[in-house]
Design a protein around this ligand. Structure first.
Ligand code: HEM
Length: 227
């Protein structure tokens, strides 16, 4: 009976992880696409940054829809972390003393990647907000409030900062791959006939999103985008 209850509650938490993960996938996809406006110059980019603040106008007031989106993102990440943590604790309590099969070792590799990768991504997001949104990071030498394009270009002239972003994007790639794959399984659509398609989709997301993000700092670092 206890095992059934544990199984049920773990399915609920995995479903929460899938839904909150999906919210963030939607966000990073749009964010990555929006960042590519950096290739169109400062006017386009700053208009886009400003446009985000007046999203939904005239129905929504200035910053209203953006604030709602921010609340949804924060709640989603908190629920995602809480569910991950409680699944981890439940798995640790239920784990047999030793590993018997290779399958278990493989599953363990994926969950380890997810766990540590998730922590790296969380730390990255906090650093990233300090760097480009709050402008409080000591690594940004010349933050000007309201000039997103300037902050972007100056921010990525630093090679260590670009390397840091690339490391975070590698962690994001792995997280997206394993996460998307588990999401499909959790949502109960892991019909084996579809395995190939789901794997392919997980690969596409894990490549397109981090590469789409990486091209902007790299282009700035190589002098392809200038202020
Ligand atoms: C090379 C990669 C990235 C670049 C160049 C970039 C650039 C930016 C810029 C320019 C802003 C807006 C700053 C402003 O307020 O004017 C921003 C905000 C933000 N970014 Fe990124 N970003 C990158 C990757 C990521 C990733 C991978 C994530 C999430 C995993 C992320 C999450 C966010 C969040 C949550 C915000 C705050 C949005 C808001 O509340 O307005 N970013 N980013």
């Amino acid at each position: 009976m206890q095992a059934v209850a544990l199984y049920r509650s773990s399915i609920g938490k995995k479903a929460l992880m899938a839904v909150t993960g999906l919210i963030w996938i939607g966000y990073v996809l749009m964010h990555m696409y929006g960042n590519l406006k950096a290739f169109q110059g400062s006017v386009y980019f700053n208009e886009y940054a400003e446009g985000l603040r007046s999203l939904g106008a005239p129905v929504f007031g200035h910053l209203h829809l953006l604030t709602i989106a921010r609340i949804v993102l924060v709640v989603a990440i908190l629920v995602h972390i809480w569910a991950a943590w409680s699944l981890f604790v439940a798995a640790r309590e239920a784990r047999p003393a030793s590993y018997a099969s290779r399958r278990v070792v493989q599953a363990n590799y994926a969950s380890l990647t997810m766990r540590y990768g998730g922590v790296v991504i969380l730390l990255f997001v906090l650093f990233h907000l300090a760097h480009l949104t709050w402008g409080i990071s000591p690594v940004h030498p010349d933050y000007i409030r309201g000039d997103a394009y300037h902050n972007l270009i100056v921010g990525f002239r630093s090679l260590p900062v670009v390397i840091l972003y690339l490391i975070a994007l590698a962690a994001l790639a792995l997280h997206l791959y394993h996460g998307t794959w588990s999401m499909f399984q959790t949502l109960g659509i892991n019909d084996h006939n579809w395995d190939g398609t789901f794997r392919a989709l997980a690969w596409v997301l894990a490549i397109v999103i981090p590469v789409g993000f990486a091209v902007v700092p790299l282009a700035i670092q190589f002098g392809l985008i200038l202020e």
